[in-house]
Write a protein that binds this ligand. Structure first.
Ligand code: FDA
Length: 411
């Protein structure tokens, strides 16, 4: 049976990077992926330009930009492989990039530049890649009769549709559940369960939020409208506030503000939205009342998009009149309604539209320096399959690179 130092399952961001790094240390590495195309998620990421890292990542305080039951777990890997390290690699490959917004770095040309860079790094280390290739099963190559879950150094047997192989170490880099149509599966979670590794409940993250048809009817006509907002979601420590753009859709809300907030949102709880952040709307409307003959909606349009102003005033007869005829109370209520909008989503668009999967392999079961399972030597989990999820903005790829690097040094 062919023998490898490491077999890595999943040729996405984390798997490719781990394979490249481990092979360049002189290890014999086999990379397996069931999908016919390599790294499809990188290809579609960042609108086709791959937001490959974020310069604002604070490695001393990763909990600022990462979620999970123990976000501090990622500090070790993130501080040993930083955004600057990945930027240096991108520069070495002559890939042109730019900063778009809040430290987010994108390729100038195409996400394919990052894929070609990773493939070329793998080629330098002579990584063998089997793709498409299905893994039928994995077993710990323990001596016969030894219990499957007992710690052992015996290595692993991997049964694939191209035959059986043996490896000293097995790395699971099969990602999360989002976008099943390009190859996402629950394979990594099943392997964890097979070896008794605990899982944190999975749910879609960085995902548009939906609302019940009837409750959403007043806003359905706003589909396509985008505006800057402040948004808060979640409760207590597991909450966050963002100032980003909001997008109305046919079924609910999306845009960077809502994608970020969605990772903190729990079913049954409202979002807290300020649709006119940075302005004292009540004072502005009172001031307009003293000088203007216009309708309230027309005055409001100075602070929020005209389509939103028009739709919003339909909610109350007192808001559908010239501003000078409105009572101070009615104007105050209007300003409050916009600054403290608290809609309660009915759900999310699910894994079909989610950029990431929250939850996954419980970090308590892994060593933070190496990503190796504490109870199962030689078995490693890296990337999105682990219960570490980043904010929108390049943080998830940086976690993929850093966790892959930590693992590759330990293989
Ligand atoms: P990844 O999903 O990249 O790779 C997993 C691999 O495992 C896949 O190749 C899959 O085919 C393979 N696999 C799955 N099951 C298997 C099985 N049973 N057998 C064999 N192989 C199997 N992040 C970011 O930082 N910046 C960005 O710009 C974006 N943009 C973005 C856009 C969209 C539309 C999505 C859906 C996601 C993003 N992300 C992102 C998130 C980012 O893509 C994601 O976090 C990383 O790709 C995770 O890397 P992994 O290697 O862990 O999984």
């Amino acid at each position: 049976m062919p023998h490898y130092d490491a077999v890595i399952i999943g040729a996405g961001a984390a798997g490719l990077f781990c394979a490249a790094q481990a092979s360049q240390r002189g290890l014999k590495v086999l990379l397996i992926d069931h999908s016919p195309r390599v790294a499809e998620k990188i290809r579609i990421s960042g609108g086709g330009r791959c937001n490959f890292t974020n310069r604002e990542l604070d490695v001393r305080a990763p909990q600022r930009h990462f979620l999970g039951e123990n976000p501090a777990f990622c500090r070790s890997a993130l501080s040993r492989y930083t955004p600057e390290d990945f930027i240096a690699l991108v520069r070495r490959h002559g890939i042109a990039f730019h900063e778009k917004h809040r430290g987010q770095l994108f390729c100038d040309r195409s996400a394919d530049d990052i894929i070609q860079m990773l493939l070329s790094e793998c080629a330098d280390g002579q990584v063998e890649r089997w793709q498409p290739c299905s893994v039928r099963g994995v077993a710990s190559a323990a001596p016969q009769g030894a219990p499957q879950r007992a710690p052992q150094r015996g290595g692993y047997e991997i049964d694939t549709d191209r035959g059986r192989v043996e490896a000293r170490s097995l790395v699971v880099a099969t990602g999360g559940l989002s976008i099943p149509k390009i190859g996402a599966t629950d394979f990594g979670y099943r392997i964890a369960q097979q070896f008794g590794i605990p899982l944190v409940e999975r749910r879609p993250g960085l995902v548009p939020l939906t609302f019940d048809g009837q409750a959403w009817a007043p806003y359905a006509g706003l589909a396509g409208l985008s505006l800057p907002v402040a948004i808060r979601s979640g409760e207590g420590k597991a909450s966050a506030r963002f100032e980003e753009d909001l997008l109305f859709t046919h079924r609910g809300l999306s845009g960077p503000a809502v994608l970020q907030a969605s990772s903190y949102w729990r079913p049954g709880t409202p979002l807290q939205l300020d649709l006119a952040p940075g302005s004292d709307l009540a004072a502005q409307l009172r001031e307009a009342k003293a000088r203007s003959r216009k309708l309230i909606a027309n005055e409001l349009a100075a602070y929020v998009p005209a389509r939103l102003a028009e739709a919003w005033v339909q909610q109350d007869a007192e808001w559908q009149r010239p501003i000078r005829e409105a009572s101070d109370r009615a104007l105050h209520r209007l300003a409050e309604a916009l600054a403290r909008w608290q809609p309660t989503p009915s759900g999310t668009e699910g894994y079909r539209k989610a950029e990431v999967t929250l939850g996954g392999v419980d970090t308590r079961a892994l060593a933070q320096q190496s990503m190796e399972c504490r109870s199962q030597p030689g078995l490693y989990f890296i990337g999105e399959v682990v219960d570490i999820t980043g904010w929108l903005g390049g943080y998830n790829f940086q976690w993929a690179w850093a966790s892959a690097h930590a693992c590759a040094q330990a293989l």
